[in-house]
Ligand binder design. Structure first.
Ligand code: SF4
Length: 387
């Protein structure tokens, strides 16, 4: 069977090369060609011996996901829909900001967690993505952007696993994919700039801390168990107290000294002063001054099946004020495409503007789409984020 080399972290690729009778340094060379240079054909790999290239051609391929559609928002945010077969598509979103370029990646086709406020949750679960399908999103986005912006510098500086799916329920593919993102011979992202967002799979938070500690975001969305049982059904298995304790344990190994809590603001459901005060109590119970976490308040993107309504702006601001006044760092995500990055805005802005990405993304909007494997539809519209 032909191996897809996007499925391998460096150790996996070294093992594959060994099976071909090749030394480990060949795997490193190959890894760089694939991930740093975006090579999709072995003939491009000029410093590999011809005999090795021929061997690779008969045993392996570099197979990225086909692009079904591409949407560009007025502020430069790009959403790609990728075909994962069986009638399923996943989405990936690139959010340019002045000091960083963030890619939001999916980990599953659909999601089994069924959060009430999430359109992905309402679609049900199809399957886990493979390592190749997770990494393919980064591989495609990074090299597509470089090619069309005519740049050789790295463009994507941050990755957030906040697209479709619960990443910690696809753990065996998640960890090798994270290792590719972090590897200096591939994308070389720092652990602080790779974030896994979870709805609260407590045992896997602990495992992630042991196996590959990156920044952690948690979809909290409720201030007490009764409410969270309804909004995030996984809470029945892993209630809030257990979840917050797991977060505190994670901080012993995390690359950042805080956990980000995502909180989708739902009118009359979780957005009152009483809820905000409950949050303050919860946070203090687990750390006196609230400095161990940050809150990101997310205006709800309404969809009919949810039966939920977006909180009024005044309610969101009042909620944020209660949290801030108690010492909890709190941000509000804006709804426009470019401001989706504020959701990941907890990925603090300590990157220099070495890529001048905003200007280039503005130019990007008028670059014709070509050189992708299949023609893509290009719409200018605001992106919709599932989570
Ligand atoms: S919010 Fe995340 S965990 Fe919940 S249903 Fe949506 S994709 Fe799944």
């Amino acid at each position: 069977m032909t191996a897809n080399l996007l499925d391998f972290d460096l150790d996996g690729l070294a093992a594959f090369c060994e099976r071909l009778g090749e030394k480990r340094f060949r795997a490193t060379q190959l890894f760089r060609w694939i991930h740093q240079k975006g090579a999709a054909e072995f003939d491009e790999m000029s410093d590999l011996a011809k005999s090795l290239r021929e061997k690779l051609k008969s045993t392996a391929e570099i197979r990225a996901l086909p692009v079904l559609a591409q949407h560009i928002s007025s502020d430069g945010t790009i959403k790609w829909l990728f075909d994962v077969g069986g009638g399923n598509a996943i989405e990936t979103v690139f959010i340019p900001e002045e000091d960083r370029g963030t890619l939001c990646i999916s980990s599953q086709a659909g999601c089994a967690v069924s959060c009430r406020f999430c359109s992905t949750g309402h679609q049900g679960f199809s399957r886990n993505l493979t390592v190749a399908e997770i990494i393919s999103q980064l591989w495609f986005a990074e090299h597509f952007l470089r090619k069309h912006l005519s740049k050789s510098d790295r463009i994507i500086s941050n990755v957030v696993m906040m697209g479709m799916g619960e990443p910690l329920q696809n753990y065996s593919a998640l960890v090798p994919a994270l290792r590719v993102m972090l590897n200096d011979h591939a994308y070389g992202l720092s652990r602080r700039r790779v974030t896994v967002s979870t709805s609260g799979v407590v045992p896997m938070i602990d495992r992630l801390g042991q196996d590959c500690p990156v920044a952690l975001a948690v979809s909290l969305h409720a201030s007490n168990d009764a409410l969270r049982d309804d909004l995030v059904p996984l809470n029945k298995k892993y209630p809030i107290a257990d979840l917050l304790q797991a977060c505190k344990r994670y901080l012993h190994v995390a690359p950042r000294d805080f956990v980000t809590f995502e909180y989708c603001m739902l009118k009359g459901v979780n957005d009152t002063a009483a809820h905000a005060n409950e949050i303050v109590k919860l946070v203090r119970l687990h750390g006196e001054h609230g400095a161990w976490c940050k809150f990101n308040l997310i205006p709800f993107n309404p969809f009919p099946e949810s039966g939920l309504i977006r909180s009024d702006t005044a309610a969101v601001i009042a909620f944020a004020k209660i949290l801030s006044d108690s010492g909890i760092v709190t941000t509000i995500r804006k709804t426009r495409g470019s401001d989706i990055d504020a959701a990941c805005g907890q990925l603090a802005g300590d990157v220099n503007d070495r890529t001048d990405i905003h200007n280039r993304m503005t130019k990007r909007r008028i670059i014709p789409i070509r050189d992708v494997d299949r023609p893509v539809a290009v719409d200018k519209e605001d992106t919709v984020n599932d989570c």
